[in-house]
Design a protein around this ligand. Structure first.
Ligand SMILES: [Zn+2]
Length: 260
């Protein structure tokens, strides 16, 4: 398999044109004409993940977060980003990111998370309903359940260290809004959707005050909300090619730890 062919499979599903203006999704390091035997999927490309790719003989690492996000002037040994770049280039490993294009596309990140949480009747939280491109999802649970009971299910299903949540202005939940990653800016959309609960990550302190009496917000963690990227990318590739070896990283790790 040539890297270019693998990239086309991913970009047929999540075209680069669907990424946000500030983003840097796509091939970041490497020669797309290189032949590869296998790929490694992860959330963030760390030095441990590059080591894993070397051990497993993967010619490309496909991540959610772009390793280069802002312009860089030097590549030394001073930051983990530089060290990742040097190690990847020395070992002939290409680095690729599928980021906000995978967030905004129909069937992308929030759809995957909604599916993992068994939501049905899903629709976009914010975006263009004619193209179904946008951010966040609102959907329904099969039946109404206690809010804390649902949060416990979410915590265990997504392997979350801790969930931060606002005042329980509802005791039960049926309609759930969610957005993978930092979805704090969609709080008003979530309130207007009629959802009792909004799951996302990186809410600001004031959002907990804003939410009070209108919706319950729950911060399920940035990494935890986006870990589904690995299964999502795996399925996208598998559907098109059944023989190519795709590894799910065992070294991709939440950079945030919890004392519980
Ligand atoms: Zn993210």
């Amino acid at each position: 398999m040539i890297i270019k062919d693998l990239i086309s499979i991913i970009e047929d599903f999540a075209p680069l044109s669907a990424q946000e203006k500030y983003d840097n999704a796509g091939l970041i390091v490497g020669d797309d004409n290189e032949e590869i035997d296998s790929a490694l999927l992860c959330v963030d490309i760390t030095e441990d993940v590059v080591d894993e790719a070397i051990t497993k003989g993967c010619g490309v690492i496909i991540a959610h977060h772009p390793i280069i996000f802002s312009p860089i002037k030097t590549i030394t040994n001073r930051s983990y980003i530089d060290r990742v770049l040097i190690k990847a280039i020395k070992n002939n490993i290409a680095l690729y990111a599928c980021h906000t294009n995978l967030d905004s596309i129909y069937g992308g990140m929030s759809w995957k998370l909604a599916n993992e949480l068994s939501l049905s009747n899903c629709t976009l939280l914010d975006g263009d309903l004619s193209t179904m491109r946008g951010f966040g999802i609102v959907g329904e649970l099969e039946k109404e359940i206690e809010v804390l009971e649902f949060l416990k299910i979410v915590k265990s299903r997504l392997n979350i260290g801790a969930i931060k949540y606002s005042d329980l202005c509802h005791t039960k939940v049926r309609k759930v809004a969610l957005c993978t990653g930092s979805g704090g800016s969609l709080l008003d959309k979530a309130i207007n959707s009629g959802a009792e609960l909004y799951l996302s990550a990186d809410f600001k302190y004031n959002s907990y005050l804003d939410a009070k009496s209108r919706i319950i917000i729950a911060d399920i963690g940035h990494f935890e909300s986006e870990y589904c990227v690995i299964d999502l990318l795996f399925d996208i590739i598998r559907k098109k090619i059944s023989t190519f070896v795709v590894h799910k990283s065992e070294k991709t790790k939440n950079p945030i730890n919890y004392l519980v």
